[in-house]
Design a protein around this ligand. Structure first.
Ligand code: HDE
Length: 746
């Protein structure tokens, strides 16, 4: 056998790797067919965008972090091992000959696969499905007399923030638009330390004591035997729990209301839920509840839409948030405070401020605006930021303190505890998204995944060896010395926590007729999915204790008798602020579909521009992809569904397409009107059912006549495209055309 030197063997192997020929596969290297060439010479990548740079100002220790990273993720143009050794090949494992087994010595293979095997971390036990964005909070300075927290006190002060929105029940891959509470967690990177406001889009919670949290979550999560249903409350165990544990009824009615199915994260209120305590420079205290007020108003999908969206676009809310930010339609909220005197009984207008199942109507304690939040940047890397962000109620800054709300007290333990497992050790505050933007000198040392190279020899106090560093400061965090009552140790609630129904009734009474109808339908749907009759009966009894009309309507839907209330129902004063209906809102970032066809249509280019100029998103919907009339098509009759649009405009009257496969579609259903394209008919039909504004001009108006919708509420026609847009925009200001469906409940 011919003997070759090791150098010759290496040369042959390298040639074999770099000239992999596949002559039979068109487009493959060596086949001779033209293809898009992979670049072979390294080119200097684009300079990194600011957020991709090493956050050297944010390391706890100031340790060297290496050379700057590139826009392509890490450093330099060459592929390396995790240890920085350059690699010749990452496509073939090291084998005993081309057909032989893989060798255990293949350290590159093992490193690559091992790291991959460990890419997933446990998902959050609740709020697993989420999305996040960066932004800025600007203080109005109006809270200066209430708190010493600099980020609220100083007028015009800007603070970087990261917000994570989430659903509660579903797992990480579940759909966005399910009926559920939404998390609204905000990390304020203040220069006095990080403050986390970990809230929801509903102001009350299911349980009054954190010790019940595992119970409500076990009841609401999928059944343990078959692990269904995913991300739903419409099942026996949920209704079993909430009908037995009646303090959950208030949160439950919020979930059954339109608040449980938001149109967009941009259109949700946020609530801190608990009462917090603020302390000012003069050491005076007040009790407060935090609110986020969205600039675009509070809006929801309709139930059928949420179900369609779950299939058509399960990432609907995530996409909506990122599309809006990338289009420059930055979502905005104002931070508001309801302020209460810090009295020893911790009540306001008879409402126990420590009971997290109670809200304080805004009519009794107006929400005072103290600053503005603008989300203006999407994450660079979803895992690094959205998955690894860790919120904690104990992340407090001087000037903000907690109260004795038993739910809040339990949460103070739970968040760090769960993060120790999810983020594998005690150093998750060193992960970039969790690093404070204030200097850190914490004397915390070692532990799994320690990133810092701490200098000094004396991480203890007092010391003389590190010059006495670090020192405590007089302007540090204050635990307000609230008097703790002389009381026996006891497992019990205050008596006031025993009222489980009056505020549920208040919520129901505050709804507009259409919102009440939606609530009736939601209860009827959910209880209709419950198998055990005794659970339905028990929940109907709860509804009777809320309101007889609500109870009767749901009972009728279920085909069951309506029970009588357990006692006299309390007189409650409705809180109009709880209703979503009735106000006018800006239409920024709203999506308008424009139906066209291949004919030369008047006004389409013009109206498209007018929609974009008004800060909204126009989407051209055509019979096929590509271009029509010089305009790029964004959606086709095959891909368009109502869920994506806030309003629909018709410039054309599409007729049934020839019998080509792409133009036929099962979703069009049975032919109802031979003169119109059934797919467009379905789209218009859906928009009508989902109470969306519909407008048309020219042939479009003819289409609406053919399908019998011309002249119905919220369907407008005009001679010109701009005339139609003006009318449609006016309709969109109230979000939906509710008078299309006259309400039957008063
Ligand atoms: Fe949470 N909650 N929770 N929660 N919560 C978590 O922490 C918990 C409660 C909220 O986007 C967990 O890091 C207890 C109320 C949000 O990362 C966990 C109780 C409110 C998020 C936890 C509550 C919230 C969480 C799971 C007492 C609104 C997502 C993963 C009954 C004011 C944060 C994690 C994110 C997450 C415990 C109740 C909001 C297990 C014990 C009330 C927005 O620690």
């Amino acid at each position: 056998m011919e003997s070759r030197t090791p150098a010759e063997v290496i040369k042959d192997a390298v040639t074999a790797v770099t000239s992999d020929k596949h002559p039979d596969v068109p487009g493959a290297p060596g086949s001779g067919t033209p293809t898009v060439e992979e670049p072979t010479t390294p080119v200097e990548p684009l300079p990194p965008s600011p957020e991709q740079g090493q956050p050297d100002t944010r390391t706890p220790t100031g340790a060297e972090t290496g050379t700057p990273s590139t826009a392509h993720g890490q450093q330099g143009p060459y592929l390396t091992t995790a240890q920085g050794a350059r690699l010749r090949d990452t496509d073939h494992s090291l084998k005993a000959g081309p057909r032989g087994p893989i060798l255990l010595q293949d350290h590159h293979f093992r490193e690559k696969i091992t790291h991959f095997d460990h890419e997933r971390i446990p998902e959050r036990v609740v709020h697993a499905r989420g999305t996040g964005a960066h932004g800025v909070f600007t203080s109005y300075g109006t809270a200066a007399n209430l708190t010493r927290a600099g980020f609220l006190k100083e007028k015009g002060k800007e603070t970087e923030v990261f917000v994570r929105f989430s659903t509660v029940l579903g797992s990480r891959g579940s759909a966005d638009t399910v009926r559920d509470t939404r998390g609204f967690a905000t990390k304020f990177y203040t220069d006095e330390g990080t403050f986390d406001l970990v809230g929801n889009n509903m102001p009350v919670f299911f349980v009054q004591d954190a010790i019940k949290f595992p119970d409500i979550i076990h009841a609401a999560k999928p059944h343990p035997d078959r692990e269904i249903p995913q991300a739903q409350s419409a099942h026996d165990t949920f209704w079993d729990f909430v009908s037995l544990h009646t303090e959950a009824q208030h949160h439950t009615i919020w979930n059954m209301s339109d608040r449980g199915i938001p149109r967009s994260y941009r259109m949700m209120e946020g609530f801190g839920v608990h009462t917090f305590r603020l302390v000012n420079d003069a050491d005076e205290t007040v009790l407060v509840k935090f609110h986020w007020k969205p600039k675009l108003g509070v809006h929801s999908q309709v139930w059928e839409e949420t179900q369609l969206t779950g299939g058509v676009d399960p990432d609907f809310h995530r996409r909506d948030l990122y599309d809006a930010i990338e289009a420059g339609a930055y979502p905005e909220w104002e931070l508001g405070l309801q302020v209460f005197p810090d009295t020893p009984d911790e009540t306001f207008a008879g409402i126990d401020l420590l009971d997290p199942t109670k809200l304080v109507p805004e009519e009794l304690a107006p929400v005072q605006r103290v600053g503005k939040l603008v989300l203006n940047r999407t994450p660079t890397n979803f895992f690094a930021e959205v998955e690894q962000v860790a919120f904690h109620l104990g992340n407090l800054v001087p000037g903000i303190d907690v109260t004795n709300d038993p739910l809040l007290q339990g949460r103070l333990f739970s968040y760090v505890d769960t993060q120790l497992t999810r983020l594998a050790g005690p150093n998750f505050h060193q992960i970039p998204i969790n690093r404070p933007h204030a200097p850190v000198n914490d004397m915390l040392r070692d532990g799994f995944h320690q990133q810092a190279v701490h200098a000094g020899v004396a991480p203890y106090r007092p010391n003389s060896l590190d010059g006495g560093n670090p020192f405590t400061s007089d302007d540090g965090f204050v635990d307000v010395p609230v008097r703790v009552a002389e009381a026996p140790k006891i497992r019990a609630n205050p008596v006031s926590f025993g009222d489980h129904f009056s505020q549920v009734r208040l919520f129901w009474q505050s709804m507009s007729p259409v919102e009440k109808e939606h609530i009736v339908r939601a209860y009827t749907f959910e209880l209709g999915k419950v198998y055990h009759q005794q659970i339905r009966e028990r929940q109907l009894q709860c509804l009777a204790n809320i309101d007889p009309v609500l109870c009767e309507q749901v009972a009728t839907g279920l085909g069951m008798p309506a029970p009588q209330p357990a006692g006299e129902l309390p007189e409650v004063a409705p809180s109009p602020a709880l209703s979503q209906v009735g106000e006018q809102w800006p239409s920024d970032g709203r999506v308008i579909g424009i139906v066209v066809d291949d004919t030369d249509l008047d006004g389409v280019a013009e109206i498209r521009e007018a929609i974009a100029d008004a800060g909204m998103v126009p989407l051209i919907i055509a019979p096929h992809g590509g271009k029509v009339g010089g305009l790029t098509v964004q959606r086709t009759f095959g891909t368009a569904r109502s869920v994506e649009y806030d309003a629909l405009l018709l410039a054309a009257a599409p007729v049934p397409a020839p019998d080509a496969i792409p133009a036929r579609d099962e979703k069009a259903g049975a032919p109802r009107n031979a003169a119109v394209d059934p797919r467009v008919n379905l789209l218009v039909d859906e928009c009508w059912r989902h109470a969306k504004a519909i407008g048309a001009w020219g042939p479009g108006a003819e289409f609406l006549s053919r399908v019998g919708l011309a002249g119905t509420p919220g369907v407008v026609t005009h001679d010109t495209a701009t005339g139609v847009l003006a009318a449609v925009q006016q309709l969109m200001a109230t979000h939906r055309v509710w008078d299309r469906f006259p309400a039957t409940i008063g």
